[in-house]
Ligand binder design. Structure first.
Ligand code: NAD
Length: 295
């Protein structure tokens, strides 16, 4: 029987489905030990599948990442041991796109500040005058699966949409521009690039200078895309009027951006919807089934 290790938290109904595919060990205390005779390892983002972990896994054939990014999987080390790496790229897209739109509106309408005020028994509407998104220019950096979904939703909110992507797509309502033009024209910038050497620290001191004064920034992509020190200075000075962050270089995030009143935080919640978790589970089970029949 195929031995399958689920190293991170997983919805119970998904665990039940996976149990139909083999002998499941759920969240073992000693992962390295259990891995010695396992064929499949399933992780989310918590477990680091590094070369050290897989070095002693003599029978491992598949590493399955329940989610999109493979940042926590050493794909090259898996390749060298002929271990197949699979993920579930389609399942969480809508959840992330909705979060990006939700964070945008919440930030522009001071929803988080209003909540804190009222919790402190303060009723001071005068300090909470917000802005509407209709008519504002949304600059999408990265127009892949999530970026294009954000565009669809933003269009319904009557936003003007410009985008930069080295591989522009056909779109009736999105104007593709170069990055400099995007920075110069966007009222709100939302990041949807994958992490690469090219996109690491894409938002830095120099690129922030090119942005409009009082721009808003949303990052639901990867923390490493932003130079957090540069963001801190820009939010502190008001060059960036507000930033909403879901992802961080170091997670859990405990850094100095937390000191600022115009930076808003969610703890990497992009894919955290009931619907996305179920879709991730279904996509994972389907992919595993396909892999297992070819053994
Ligand atoms: P995708 O690969 O479909 O799209 C990424 C796009 O970025 C591509 O179109 C690519 O051409 C473009 N790109 C590459 N280099 C670029 C550059 N230098 N400048 C601008 N664009 C560039 O990826 P996706 O599925 O849409 O995911 C987007 C991001 O969202 C990824 O970083 C992913 O890890 C992240 N994500 C976050 C969460 C979360 O929980 N917050 C969940 C899922 C995905």
């Amino acid at each position: 029987m195929t031995k399958i290790i689920i190293a991170d938290n997983m919805e119970l109904e998904v665990v039940e489905e996976i149990k139909k595919l083999g002998q499941v060990v759920y969240k073992p205390a000693n992962l390295a030990n259990e891995l010695k005779d396992a064929e499949v390892l399933i992780v989310r983002s918590a477990t680091q599948v590094n070369s050290e972990l897989i070095a002693n896994s003599a029978r491992l054939k598949i590493v399955a990442r329940a989610g999109v990014g493979l940042d926590n999987v050493d794909v090259a080390a898996c390749g060298a041991k002929k271990i197949k790496v699979i993920n579930t790229p389609g399942a969480s897209l809508n959840a992330v796109a909705e979060l990006a739109i939700g964070l945008t509106i919440a930030m522009l309408r001071n929803v988080q500040k209003a909540h804190l005020q009222m919790k402190n028994k303060i009723w001071d509407k005068g300090k909470l005058i917000g802005s509407e998104v209709a008519g504002k220019t949304l600059g999408l950096v990265g127009f892949g699966r999530i970026g294009s979904m954000v565009a669809d939703k933003a269009r319904a909110l009557e936003m003007e949409i410009i985008a930069y992507d080295p591989h522009p797509k056909e779109s009736e309502f999105v104007k593709f521009v170069d990055l400099k033009t995007l920075f110069a024209n966007a009222d709100i910038i939302s990041l949807h690039v994958a992490l690469s050497e090219e996109t690491r620290n894409l938002i830095n001191k120099e690129s922030i200078v090119k942005m409009k004064n009082g721009v808003y920034l949303i990052n639901t992509s990867r923390g490493e895309v932003i130079d957090e020190d540069a963001l801190y200075e820009a939010c502190k000075s008001g060059k960036i009027a507000g930033a909403s962050l879901d992802v961080y270089k170091q997670e859990p995030y405990t850094g100095k951006l937390l000191e600022l009143e115009n930076v808003y935080f969610t703890p990497h919640l992009g894919a955290s919807t009931k619907e996305a978790q179920i879709r991730i589970g279904k996509e994972l089970v389907e992919k595993l089934k396909q892999e297992l029949v070819t053994w």
